[in-house]
Design a protein around this ligand. Structure first.
Ligand code: PLP
Length: 226
């Protein structure tokens, strides 16, 4: 039987090979294990295999797991859509939020982040493939949102995130990831601490790493089908 530990090893190998092909160091890419719909037992298996950063999409589900696994040194990332009435538990329990697309949500996270905790690391989500159904700001709109976040002392703008429309063609995958990389390069003039490109999932992490991804979000290839 294939275990979570075997799957993790296979994903690490894919990351290392993609990094080598792009002349990049494998350690310049953080692997975020996306554990949505899986339980604390599966997360603990991945943790025992050395995985330390986990991503959750749903607030209540995530907080329940964070609470039950509080003895493990895990860095928790919130990666799903965030409504304004759910900002407080996210600000209290997570270290990162990848899905900022509105100033109002950012401000509520800032207001709810305890002074006892380090600033919340945030990424602006950008919709690089342009479909109306997907979340994220339109390319270009990240500039104004980043400027607003700069005045929020409990948030730390760390970069950009995208979830492109699935496409089997690696050339098209790369084109979208390249778009996000160029947007981050533009942003860095005014926001030098923005060092993170959150892009690439189970099906397209190679294309994302070829275009400079520093954080891949991988669920299925680690935990299996949801
Ligand atoms: C579910 C999810 C992932 C992981 O997707 P897989 O295809 O299972 O690797 C990554 N990012 C976000 C935002 C997700 O919701």
């Amino acid at each position: 039987m294939v275990t979570i530990s075997d799957n993790l090893q296979a994903v690490r190998t894919r990351i290392a090979q993609a990094a080598a092909a792009a002349n990049r160091l494998p350690h310049s890419i953080l692997l975020l294990a996306v554990s949505k719909t899986f339980g604390a037992a599966e997360i603990e298996q991945a943790w025992r295999a050395g995985q330390r950063a986990f991503g959750e999409n749903f607030v209540q589900e995530g907080v329940t797991k964070i609470t039950s696994l509080s003895t493990l040194a895990i860095e928790w990332h919130f990666i799903g859509p965030l409504q304004s009435n759910k900002t407080r538990p996210v600000a209290e329990h997570f270290a990162w939020v990848h899905s900022i697309e509105r100033e109002k949500i950012a401000r509520r996270l800032n207001d709810a982040r305890s002074p006892q905790l380090p600033p919340l690391n945030v990424l602006i989500q950008v919709n690089v493939s342009g479909e109306s159904t997907k979340s994220g700001v339109a390319p270009g709109e990240e500039v104004a949102l980043a400027a607003a976040i700069r005045d929020m002392p409990r948030l730390r703008l760390r970069g950009l995130m995208t979830i492109p429309e699935p496409n089997p063609d690696p050339a098209i995958q790369r084109e979208r990831f390249a778009r996000l990389r160029l947007l981050l390069e533009g942003l860095r003039a005014d926001h030098p601490a923005a060092d993170t490109l959150s892009m690439g999932m189970s099906a397209d992490l190679e294309a994302a790493i070829a275009e400079g991804s520093t954080l891949v979000r991988v669920g299925t290839a680690i935990f299996g089908n949801r």
